[in-house]
Ligand binder design. Structure first.
Ligand SMILES: Cc1cc2nc3c(=O)[nH]c(=O)nc-3n(C[C@H](O)[C@H](O)[C@H](O)COP(=O)(O)O)c2cc1C
Ligand SMILES: O=C(O)C(=O)c1ccccc1
Length: 367
């Protein structure tokens, strides 16, 4: 395995095609799925030279916590679908790399067990680099019970996914008839939330009726910092700051919710401007290379998230696969930083990035 795409091919080989489609798929025509990757390809890096720089470190501060890599594992459901150890394997690999893992509310291992695995694999003295992704539930007691499970597990932040007032329509899943986890697998965080509920994915209620008041309410029931995942409009970024949100994960759900929304990279400059440094902005969607991460960081993201690559690496080679994936991304980011003449992530500035050539550079005739 020499790059992220190698894991995609290896996962395709190994997986039931229905499950491979669940991972790869997006909403409707999958225009946004493609747009995410294309947006990175359209930008060019403009490196500096002869700056006398040492090999850069990749450490980053995220919500007061420390990570050794500016790459986070975005929340993805159902890890046991692709590996028998599921989220335990992912958590061990993330902790070993010092990368933040965002456990999905729809994980197939309970968040407490994910946290134990992460703690056991983390470096000495390191806090568990684990956050919890939450879909607000219409019954506030259910939301509170989930928050309690995440808090008791030792998660250090809540990531509220706000781009899903209804579930995105994957035509691949519909054609394949994929709607449920196979027998024997459950959404373990949902088990026993109410009497007689056994961890079925359909217990997750999506609702278009949530509003900013629910964020205010959530802040009143937890001490944990709250990030919003799925903000694309700069006005919503401003509202998030006003409602005491601690960070944004700029995301279009990997093109799995509303199709034809902009690539996240395209939306980044306006969100960064709207937030004006008041809270950190993270970004996911289409990050496949170290240079992708470097471009997003140069345009103002504090870190980037990866979704599908984690599932591919886990499917390809379990914990070892995810370790290798994170190593590869570390190497590629270090390499890109050195080649840009940057001594660290904070030296990644917007002047290092420009749109691809689309006409004569200086407008005049070539002499
Ligand atoms: C298989 C799969 C499952 C996902 N499950 C969740 C989830 O449970 N909660 C959530 O907020 N986002 C979920 N996402 C979206 C990811 O968190 C992330 O936004 C997206 O995958 C990033 O794009 P990328 O796959 O191009 O890296 C999922 C994505 C995939 C591919
Ligand atoms: O597939 C997804 O993108 C997703 O967010 C999800 C959420 C809950 C259960 C399964 C998948």
């Amino acid at each position: 395995m020499f790059c992220v795409k190698d894991f995609e091919a290896a996962a395709r080989e190994k997986l039931d095609p229905v499950h491979a489609d669940f991972i790869a798929g997006g909403a409707r025509d999958e225009i946004t799925v493609r747009a995410n990757e294309e947006a990175f390809a359209r930008l060019r890096l403009l490196p500096r030279v002869l700056r006398g720089r040492a090999v850069p470190g990749l450490d980053v501060t995220l919500l007061g916590g420390h990570a050794r890599l500016p790459v986070l594992l975005s929340p993805t459901a159902f890890h046991k679908l692709v590996d028998p150890e599921g989220e335990l394997a992912t958590a061990r690999a993330a902790a070993a790399a010092g990368a933040v893992m965002i456990a999905s509310m729809a994980s197939t291992v309970a968040v407490g067990e994910i946290a134990d695995a992460a703690r056991a694999a983390a470096g000495p003295g390191e806090t568990v680099p684990l956050w919890f992704q939450l879909y607000l539930q219409p019954d506030p007691e259910i939301t509170e019970a989930l928050v309690r499970r995440a808090t008791d597990a030792g998660c250090t932040a809540l990531v509220v996914t706000v781009d899903s007032p209804v579930l995105g329509a994957s035509e691949r899943n519909r054609r394949n008839g994929f709607h449920d986890l196979p027998a024997g697998l459950r959404c373990e965080n949902l088990v026993d939330l109410r009497d007689g509920e056994f961890g079925h994915v359909r217990q997750i209620a999506m609702s278009p009726e949530f509003s900013w008041e629910h964020i205010t309410w959530l802040r009143s029931v937890t001490e944990l910092p709250i990030l919003l995942k799925g903000v694309l409009h700069p006005e919503d970024a401003r509202l998030a700051v006003r409602h005491g949100v601690s960070g944004l994960l700029l995301s279009n759900h990997g093109g799995r919710q509303l199709d034809t929304v902009p690539a996240t990279l395209e939306a980044l400059p306006a969100i960064v401007a709207a937030v004006a440094g008041r809270i950190p902005v993270l970004l996911d969607g289409g990050v496949r290379r170290g240079t992708d991460a470097v471009k997003a960081l140069a345009l103002g993201a504090r870190a980037v998230g990866i979704g599908r690559p984690v599932m591919w690496a886990l499917a390809a080679d379990g914990e070892k696969g995810v370790r290798r994936l994170l190593e590869l991304l570390r190497e590629e980011i270090e390499d890109a930083l050195a080649l840009c003449g940057a001594a660290g992530l904070d030296e990644l500035t917007p002047d290092l990035v420009r749109p691809a050539w689309s006409g004569p550079l200086f407008g005049g005739a070539v002499s």
